[in-house]
Ligand binder design. Structure first.
Ligand SMILES: Nc1ncnc2c1ncn2[C@@H]1O[C@H](COP(=O)(O)OP(=O)(O)OP(=O)(O)O)[C@@H](O)[C@H]1O
Ligand SMILES: [Mg+2]
Length: 403
């Protein structure tokens, strides 16, 4: 049973009572009513996490953070349905934001996830379950939707468009497109730190709590290790640093999704070797297919792979340039999913930083991404029932490479 000491700060007796239900889950809660009381409490006793009503701490997050030298993660309870307030709290330094309409299971899941991410609790059953499963997204040609698919799968795994309801997975999304990675743009995030910062901090590479401070939390619950803010960082990041970063971050997550971009180099090759699942994104055009065939052959010859490989056809153009049957014949493999062309939704999703599975959850493209997501994690993840029938995953993956 968890016994982490939690500090609750809420002027509203009703909200305080709902937050104090965390006691039933075994947490040691202490409640106060104002930001000033929180500062005093933090100075007087060690706490592992703070949950505060947004209005009570609005403008006082910095003061609360400065009340103790310990790193105490903060969850802010934001007014229901107020997206701007959620963003404002995250920008002000909150580690996570939960809507005031939360269900107890969601609250528990977020508290647990944040405690694990900051090294203050161990994942339940971690010893049996092992560390997060790694899923890499790669395409030998750029601009074919690799980032779109990685980002949308990540937010689906973290709980989908609705509240997490206690069964969402802990998801880390790594942007390994080390020159021009745009994961943060797709999620409308402005990360304080990125992968290059983590890789250059030797202490963080051996300290899980410190390493977690390099992550940026998205409102979906996905933790992001953002791509470098300066393309020059690409020349400095080594396989050794990545290995340490993955080793220190991975145990706190159920799934580690990696956007590997479209360039094979020692870092992406190493990550492909670590993966449990590969997703290769294909644009149905002869040059892209030839590049895919070359890449698959190269990987089979040179890399030590243990992953199951899934091919995904993404229609980024309105015209069907090649039939899926032709693609299957050329690649001698069946794609696990086919994402239909949906220009306006996709461009708007990137421009607004809201993944299409959030903005248009019932669109054909979102449903196809759900199929892909179910396929890449298998039966471990059950899709929430949604109105209308979505297509079921059709085909298994293939295996490549030397073992
Ligand atoms: N199924 C689709 N229909 C229409 N447009 C799409 C589709 N999938 C992706 N796009 C659009 O294609 C563009 C490129 O997508 P994305 O950035 O995900 O590709 P990428 O392979 O990661 O590119 P890069 O090589 O630059 O990293 C974006 O504008 C995106 O909105
Ligand atoms: Mg990309």
């Amino acid at each position: 049973m968890p016994a982490n000491p939690l500090l609750i700060c809420a002027p509203s007796p009703e909200l305080r009572a709902r937050l104090e239900q965390l006691r039933e889950a075994g947490y040691a809660t202490t409640s106060v009513e104002t930001a000033a009381d929180s500062v005093n409490a933090l100075g007087a006793a060690p706490f592992d996490l703070i949950i505060a009503e947004g209005l009570a701490v609005s403008g006082a997050i910095g003061r609360i953070r400065g009340a103790t030298t310990r790193q105490v993660p903060l969850i802010v309870v934001s007014p229901a349905g107020d997206v701007e307030a959620r963003i404002a709290f995250l920008e002000a330094g909150a580690d996570d934001v939960i809507s005031a309409s939360f269900a107890l299971e969601e609250l528990q899941a977020r508290v647990e996830a944040l405690l694990i991410r900051t090294g203050k609790a161990r994942p339940e059953g971690a010893a049996n379950r092992g560390a997060g499963r790694i899923v890499t997204f790669f395409a030998p040609k750029g601009g074919v939707g690799t980032t779109t698919l990685a980002v949308n799968s990540a937010v689906l795994l973290a709980g989908g468009p609705e509240a997490m309801q206690g069964r969402a997975a802990r998801v880390l999304l790594i942007d390994l497109d080390l020159q021009f990675g745009q994961v943060a743009t797709h999620l409308n995030l402005a990360p304080r730190y990125d992968i290059a910062d983590l890789c250059s901090d030797e202490q963080a590479l051996v300290d899980p709590a410190l390493a977690a401070t390099y992550l940026t939390m998205h409102t979906s619950g996905v933790s992001i290790l953002a791509g470098p803010s300066n393309p020059e960082a690409d020349f400095r990041i080594t396989v050794d640093q990545l290995e340490k970063a993955l080793r220190i971050l991975r145990p706190a997550f159920d799934h580690v999704l990696v956007d590997c971009g479209s360039r094979l180099d020692p870092r992406t090759l190493w990550m492909l070797e670590q993966a449990d699942t590969h997703v290769f994104v294909i644009f149905p055009e002869i040059a892209a297919l030839r590049a895919t065939t070359l890449m698959l052959g190269f990987l089979a010859e040179t890399a030590t792979l243990r992953a199951t490989t899934h091919l995904v056809v993404n229609h980024i153009f309105p015209k069907e340039l090649l039939k899926t049957r032709d693609v299957e014949n050329l690649l001698r493999a069946k794609p696990v999913a086919e994402i239909p062309y949906s220009e306006v939704d996709m461009i708007r999703a990137v421009n607004e930083g809201v993944p299409v599975v959030f903005s248009r959850p019932s669109s054909p493209a979102s449903r196809a991404i759900q199929v892909l997501t179910v396929a890449i994690v298998g039966a471990e993840w059950r899709q929430r029932p949604s109105p209308g029938k979505g297509p079921a995953p059709r085909r298994g993956g293939l295996r490549l490479g030397r073992r």
